[in-house]
Ligand binder design. Structure first.
Ligand code: PMT
Length: 218
């Protein structure tokens, strides 16, 4: 039994990777199965929220009761989040968004030229979706994620400060990616709150409880 901690609330999430095309058959992407973000979508729905999930390319079914909008690139995710955000009370950015995309998408497949030197790809920065949402005049309660390979507390806290968000969820790359379990540390103004190793759905329910607590303080 899950208490309806988010009854009447509207939660917007991003999940999965983004895919930045180089040409019709190649691209740059990040690792993310979508499992963490999909688990949080499910937990938020179970807690009574109306849930919109903006999902990069993953092979997971849409959780029951959740409205999913499928996107591919960071620019599509950015545009979709901006279209949707005004109607939401909470924004949880779980996606592993590519920081850069090719400056140009080549229309035809790039042919391999023997003896020529390997081609180089010019990259441009993608917009910081979470940072922009947090800077809106009336932002929803913003929650970020940070996947790090070392110095988890320091790097997660520094992302929380730079994006000016009340809550960031830290996870280690070796724990967080692809599997069904994870280990999280929640960082907010009250300090660090470690959530021991558990299935992603259990951790998602604990995160939802923390979000509900923060909403009470807003
Ligand atoms: O999908 P799984 O296999 O279950 O794995 C889950 C996960 C490890 C991908 C997830 O738990 C996680 O940590 N996601 C965030 C990955 C990350 O390190 O993001 P970041 O440090 O690049 O970005 C920090 C925050 O800003 C994130 O909330 C991200 O969604 C957001 N961001 C980043 C860049 C960008 N251009 N726009 C953003 O909104």
């Amino acid at each position: 039994f899950q208490p309806k901690l988010l009854a009447g609330k509207r939660v917007l999430l991003t999940a999965g990777p983004t895919f930045e095309a180089i040409d019709p058959v190649r691209g740059i992407t990040n690792l993310s199965s979508g499992k963490m973000g999909y688990a949080i979508s499910r937990a938020a729905y179970e807690a009574g929220a109306q849930v919109t999930l903006v999902s990069g390319p993953v092979s997971l079914p849409c959780p029951v009761g959740v409205r999913r909008i499928a996107v591919t690139s960071a620019l599509q995710m950015h545009a979709t989040v901006h279209q949707q955000v005004a109607a939401h009370d909470v924004f949880i950015a779980v996606a592993a968004v590519a920081d850069y995309r090719p400056a140009q998408v080549v229309e035809q497949k790039i042919k391999k030229r023997l003896q020529a030197s390997p081609p180089s790809i010019e990259l441009v920065a993608n917009p910081d979706i979470l940072g922009e949402v947090a800077a809106l005049p009336s932002p929803p309660l913003c929650v970020g994620f940070a996947a790090e390979s070392e110095n988890l507390s320091e790097y997660a806290e520094s992302k929380r400060r730079s994006k000016k968000i009340p809550l960031i969820v830290g996870n280690l790359i070796q724990d967080g990616f692809s599997g069904d379990c994870n280990t999280l540390i929640l960082f907010d103004d009250d300090g660090a709150h470690p959530l021991p190793p558990a299935p992603k759905i259990d951790l998602a329910r604990q995160l939802v409880a923390r979000v509900a607590l923060l909403l009470e303080k807003v």
